[in-house]
Design a protein around this ligand. Structure first.
Ligand SMILES: Cc1cc2nc3c(=O)[nH]c(=O)nc-3n(C[C@H](O)[C@H](O)[C@H](O)COP(=O)(O)OP(=O)(O)OC[C@H]3O[C@@H](n4cnc5c(N)ncnc54)[C@H](O)[C@@H]3O)c2cc1C
Length: 381
């Protein structure tokens, strides 16, 4: 039987998250940053100093050696308190640190992991292109090998989260003449390298996680930019997706619980016809269904974190957790909007923010259609 009860150390991490959020990102600040589209990059060093990034990394690389059960709890709590801290945590740990650990060189790990742990480094993933979204293996951005072992990169990436605040872009680019998953290399490109032109994209939600369109015009990088073996980048990237899917699933589970709690307190406080609206069976049942979906999502995330933490195969469970958690958040935010009615539609309402933000997650990090394909494939179809 699996025991999901948090240890004392894990509870201490949850308290650390609460202290961090109380001090740096109380709910008024989350609302302000969302309203004014201000990302939380300035808070990275404070998150590092609080030990949040160190928690799930191996001790040999400056971490505290906890496994993914702790990471998932931190991520869920950050998501509960405000998505922007959770999404930046996902970028640093679920993507940045896990990519370095999975296929970075020792030299890259030695230099970059301590900076990640301290909150002094941000890496953005630049995979998607205008003509290559779900079909990521159709990317066209070229990385032409140079005689010194370096590359020249030309192409365009789009919808790249947090690229404007990143120190490096981890760019997926292919050797000319190759196609599909073959010939793709992952290149760590300094964001300020000559030949890079960036434009911020206006969008519906996740306002404090800016998205960027990026042009690469003969951007020159040295051999040290290559992360993992040349030509194996696509496989390397795919091998780490379960981490970022686990991170996303934990984040949106926290977010979904916040939406349920918000709807619940509104249902208790708001009176119509002389009694709380929560006294009506239609509202009671809605809230019951909402909490059941969140509990289901949480258990799925904890199970996935347990599989990762104990080194077991989890491709299917990562896809399932991503689907269940992201669709749970959409469901509870939609129900929450109905329960709050005009109070939810108001610009300052947290519910409308959950509702807008939720729209991203069922297609970000691999669309849920493709996740379902993956689940079906794992079932032998
Ligand atoms: C806010 C935001 C942040 C993002 N952050 C990043 C980032 O940091 N880095 C990055 O590289 N990318 C990022 N992306 C891109 C994101 O990963 C893509 O949007 C996603 O992969 C889907 O691609 P697409 O939008 O081009 O949709 P499309 O590929 O055009 O798909 C459209 C629809 O068709 C469906 N579809 C396509 N093919 C199939 C199929 N074979 N079977 C069934 N259904 C199919 C899809 O599931 C989807 O419903 C971000 C996007 C957004 C909006």
């Amino acid at each position: 039987m699996i025991d999901f009860s948090p240890s004392d150390e894990q509870l201490a991490f949850i308290e650390t998250v609460d202290r961090f959020m109380d001090r740096h990102l109380p709910i008024e600040e989350v609302r302000r940053r969302d309203r004014e589209h201000i990302p939380p990059y300035d808070l990275l060093p404070a998150m590092g100093a609080a030990g949040l990034f160190a928690a799930g990394l191996p001790t040999e690389w400056g971490g505290l050696g906890h496994d993914w059960r702790t990471v998932a709890l931190i991520q869920e709590r950050l998501g509960y308190r405000g998505y922007m801290a959770a999404s930046i945590f996902n970028r640093v740990i679920g993507f940045g640190a896990m990519s370095l650990l999975a296929y970075g060189s020792d030299a890259q790990r030695r230099v970059l992991l301590p900076r990640l742990v301290e909150g002094r480094l941000l890496i953005a993933l630049a995979l998607t292109e205008p003509e290559a979204g779900t079909d990521a293996a159709a990317i066209r951005t070229r990385a032409t090998p140079q005689p010194d072992g370096g590359f020249r990169i030309t192409g365009r990436k789009t919808w790249i989260s947090d690229a404007g605040g990143a120190d490096f872009l981890l760019v997926a680019a292919r050797e000319p003449g190759t196609s599909g998953a073959e010939g793709v290399s992952m290149l760590l490109v300094p964001r300020t390298a000559p030949g890079i032109a960036m434009t911020r994209l206006p969008k519906l939600g996740n306002n404090a996680m800016p998205s960027w369109d990026i042009g690469f015009d003969e951007v020159a990088v040295g051999p040290e930019a290559l992360m993992g073996e040349a030509g194996r980048g696509f496989r390397n990237l795919m091998s780490t997706l379960h981490y970022s899917r686990a991170s996303m699933a934990a984040t949106v589970t926290g977010c979904a619980q916040a939406a349920v709690d918000g709807a619940l307190s509104h249902a208790k406080e708001r009176k119509q016809f002389g009694r709380p609206i929560g006294a009506n069976q239609t509202i009671r049942h809605r809230l019951a269904d909402m909490q059941m979906r969140v509990d289901q999502s949480r258990l799925t995330v904890y199970h996935l974190a347990w599989l990762i933490g104990t080194g077991q195969a989890c491709r299917r469970q990562a896809a399932q957790a991503k689907i269940i958690a992201t669709e749970c958040l959409q469901y509870v935010a939609e129900q929450g909007m109905q329960i709050l009615a005009s109070a939810g539609y108001a610009a300052e309402s947290d519910m409308q923010r959950y509702w807008r933000d939720a729209r991203l997650y069922s297609f970000g990090e691999g669309t849920n259609e493709i996740q379902r394909d993956l689940v079906a494939r794992e079932l032998g179809l």
